[in-house]
Write a protein that binds this ligand. Structure first.
Ligand code: PGA
Length: 260
């Protein structure tokens, strides 16, 4: 295999602590023999301590779905990087589509969160994606570039190996989403990689860029074989450990076939 592939899932506001722990244990048991992949699961805040204790982090990294950029302060209802640190998690996801579009987070806020997350040593997964309207206007590339340029503004070169990007077109996410066609996803991933190279030079090219948005057993193969797609960020199709394990194995097979 020529590149290390990434597979992860955001559990959103589903699964309580007991269900999260059971899911993680089952997923770890099923997938730990799969070589050379990076796996991560992003459960809800209240489960994180137990989730973090439930698995060997070399097999499955554990992430948080959001984070405030301040260490502490008068921010009722927010969670600080120090609080997350205490729980032993590895990764923080910033700017998921639902944060941006349901909770109106801006690129400038995502940038503050990205910088705070890196400062505190977390792997930082910045999610970007255009809306259906932006796509219809033909400005997807511009939107993605803006989200990258603002979101990653001021990131230091020495932190780049802890930056990951997920491309998740807003129109493709969730029960009402339409999965992106593989050729369209590939075109956008190419644009994202180009922009990352412009921003950070050679090191920018090494930032993994994952596709997310209605990934399922039917489209996983054609997505993973695309040259500029480094992994699959899966929602609903990953929330059953057996199904996620099968999806990963099937995608890896397709990837290997392409390589041979
Ligand atoms: P979905 O979710 O796979 O259920 O569309 C993707 C996501 O929101 O990350």
């Amino acid at each position: 295999m020529t590149k290390k592939l990434f597979f992860g899932s955001n559990l959103k506001m589903y699964k309580n602590t007991a269900d999260t722990v059971a899911y993680l244990k089952e997923l770890e048991k099923k997938t730990k023999d799969i070589p050379d992949i990076t796996m991560f699961i992003i459960p809800s805040f209240t489960t994180l301590e137990r989730a973090s204790q439930a698995v060997d982090h070399r097999n499955i990294m554990i992430g948080a779905q959001n984070m405030n950029w301040e260490d502490q302060g008068q921010f009722t209802g927010e969670i600080s990087p120090l609080m997350l640190k205490e729980l032993g998690i590895d990764l923080v996801m910033i700017g998921h589509s639902e944060r941006r579009h349901v909770f109106n987070e801006t690129d400038v806020e995502e940038n503050k969160k990205v910088l705070a997350s890196l400062k505190h040593g977390f792997t930082t997964l910045l999610c970007i994606g255009e809306t259906a309207e932006e796509k219809d206007f033909g400005i997807s590339a511009e939107v993605l570039r803006t989200q990258l340029k603002v979101g990653l503004h001021g990131v230091k070169e020495e932190d780049l190996d802890r930056v990951w990007v997920a491309y998740e077109p807003v129109w493709s996410i969730g029960v009402n989403g339409t999965p992106a066609r593989a050729d369209y996803a590939e075109e956008m991933h190419k644009e994202i990689k180009k922009c990352l190279k412009e921003l950070f030079g050679k090191k920018g090219k090494e930032i993994p860029v994952l596709y997310g948005g209605s990934v399922n057993p039917t489209n996983a193969d054609e997505l993973i074989v695309q040259k500029h797609i480094d992994g699959l960020f899966t929602g609903r199709a990953a929330w059953d450990a057996t199904k996620f394990d099968l999806l990963i194995r099937q995608a890896l097979k397709a990837y290997k076939r392409k390589d041979d």
